[in-house]
Design a protein around this ligand. Sequence first.
Ligand SMILES: Nc1ncnc2c1ncn2[C@@H]1O[C@H](COP(=O)(O)OP(=O)(O)OP(=O)(O)O)[C@@H](O)[C@H]1O
Length: 805
Amino acid sequence: MSQTYSLLIKSADHIDWNSNSPSNPKLYVTVQVGSRTLKTRVIQGASAPRWHENMDLTIESTSAEVTLQLHRKHKHKTFFTGREDTLLGECKFIIADLLQRGTPGDTIELDVQANGKTRARVSVRLNHGTIGGSAPQPVAPEPVTSETFPPSVFDETNEDRKMIDGIGKDLENLTPNPTSSRVMDVVDTGEGDLGAVLWDIISVLGPIVEIGDEIAKIHPYVHAAWTILTSVYQAVKKQKETDEEIVKLVKAMVKLYSSAGNTKVLPQKIKSLESTVTEIAKQTLECAMFIREYTGHGFPGRLFRSTFANVTQKKIGDLSEALLELKDSFDRDLLINSVYLSAEMHEDIMKLTADSAEVRKNIESMMQSDTLGKLYIRFDATERQQCLAGTRRDILVAIIERLTTTSDPSSVLWLRGVAGSGKSTISTTISKYFRDLKRLGAFIFFSRNNPGNSHPKAVVHRMAYGMAESNIQFRKALYDVLAADPTILDATLSEQFEKLLLQPLRETESYICGPIIIILDALDECSDEKSLRLLVDLIANKFPQLPAVFRFFITSRPISDISSRFEKKGHIVALPLDITADETKADILLYLSERMQEVQQIKNLETTWPGKANIQKLADSCGGLFIWASTAYEFIQGGFDPPQKLAILLALPFNMRSNLDQLYTIALESSADWADPEFIEVAPSVLGAIILARMPLSDKTLDALLGLGAGVSARVLEKLGCVIQWRRGQPARTLHASFGDYLTDPKRSTGHPWHIDSKMQNQSLALGCLRVLRDKLQFNICGLEDSHLLNSEPILGTSFTKYGT
Ligand SMILES: Nc1ncnc2c1ncn2[C@@H]1O[C@H](COP(=O)(O)OP(=O)(O)OP(=O)(O)O)[C@@H](O)[C@H]1O
């Protein structure tokens, strides 16, 4: 008869790291019996990790062989093995051996070995039960220590460590096993103080946080929710506070997660039920942030409950309802997923969803009033890149944690890094994260290509408009200000800040639930030096007057106009983007590996191309700059012969190859025939006009502007795809701001035919301005296509007029 044993994997110690002890190892254990392999969760940062996880072993006889292995998990695939984990050692035994070494319930220590050498000791405990007979004997609760908690906590401060240790001790009183039936008991009986139910949800989320790598999509939301709830738990646990409403809300969260069941199968579920699971993760974070506010452990000075009981009651109702709906959708999706759905049915479901989103969007835009529309400035992120999945994990988590940690008095997080280090890409990823959570107040990005939007007042207007869109009380207060004094839109920046933001916020602050995230990307690209100083002063001196619900994420190059003003400001924290960090190098390697694989597939190249060694050489050349990697990719993938392009790059000596200017030089040299007199006559002017006009111009406009024959600019642009983003009939813009820097800086490109010297800069600017003005007046007559609208022209689909009207 089959027999069921349960093997409790307790802990590992005496780990031999071959005198090369890693600072923050991630460890897990697998147990293989027959064809089944069971796996513990991954524990990070502990020198003697403790799992306390039960494995159910069903065997035919006690002579069945069991293999227990101790693994170390890496952040990325290791370069040489191509695997994400390393086997530290293993131990093979049969159940009969264990039974001889002690009676069921005794702790047994197993030596795990590699190459005949003991590498660690793993403690286990065997219990038994028989299928069809009595239930497996329960394992007595073990005291659980902080080491069973998710990883990032251990990278943090002593304070965090103390907090988690405190929780560990509490667990000796609470049932520690997150999968225990207690979770459901609490839900069903309707009992429990806030601390206890919070612990339940923390226990459910903890293991999900630990399998982070496998569930990269939802991990940041769950991780942030777990961190918030843990800190609230720590604050309220001693109060034995019972507040029925909030307790019910937390129970609803636990119940929702009980649907997801065993976290080990979560990664597969995420694949098949991606959108629902992602919604669940976002809603969890939304609830966590609300609970923090509600319990008074959020933004300072809030009297949330007592003062705004009605608002709060409604919010709790809404959140609970949303959780219930998600639970229903999850159960339904699970069902749908387990039965066969025809392609048409799938399509119908998708269409219905799309239609309802469209209807909602139209209603929203119809509701915008003309008055508030005057504040609207469009920041179109359609073509902005996000971080490739798997890159920038640590820094993204750090930024998200900072922006949602309300106990932190600094409201501005300033990411500074050199040109091309990847700041804008990070800011776009962060904006998506908070937009999905409906916490994004504004995503404002400055660009030299778009000076019209890169103005200080864009920040005030866009923030005010964003608030009005999301908060009905603020909307009314702002409308009153604008109706009372329409000239306020032409007042000084500080007056506008006072009237359009501070004043309506003072009146409505109590209705606003934080955090509200405002992102300002590429501050250094603010329209001109004077405007930049105005804006930087506003951030440095006036932003502290804003309510604490606002959290700012600002990125810029480390230029002195910004650094000198931000220094020593208590509300601003600088976060340097380190291009020498190992994580950055690993991220770039991952980026290049993915991109080269893409090129290999699209261009039908040999499957062995380009080979790990060549990718590593490219990655080494980047010097930590993503712009180098992305330009190299554009260069290699453009044209017919990527292997030849790669060979051109790698043939250069390392010090020449690794220089960004050198890369631009090679890219330009090899993309076009600069010896062709016709090409050399027109190409520099086309490049010059794109850089100097400081606005995206289409090929037809370029022809008209430069007095060229029809199609000439298009023929030039076709050759320059690795540095200029352009499609026929569409505006052309540089792929990256650093390319403009290179072309115009005499120290960097002088002597090359494409260098834009100061004389040309002056002439082109004057000429360009005149021509663009003239063309603007004639657009309707000559029918030129361009991205520009006259101020009076409406934006399609809205009743807004453009900024600056
Ligand atoms: N994590 C990433 N994943 C994929 N691509 C990336 C990543 N980071 C950066 N890139 C690519 O590298 C290039 C440079 O990045 P980005 O524009 O973000 O740099 P930056 O620091 O903002 O530069 P600058 O200060 O000059 O504006 C872009 O083409 C971007 O798409």
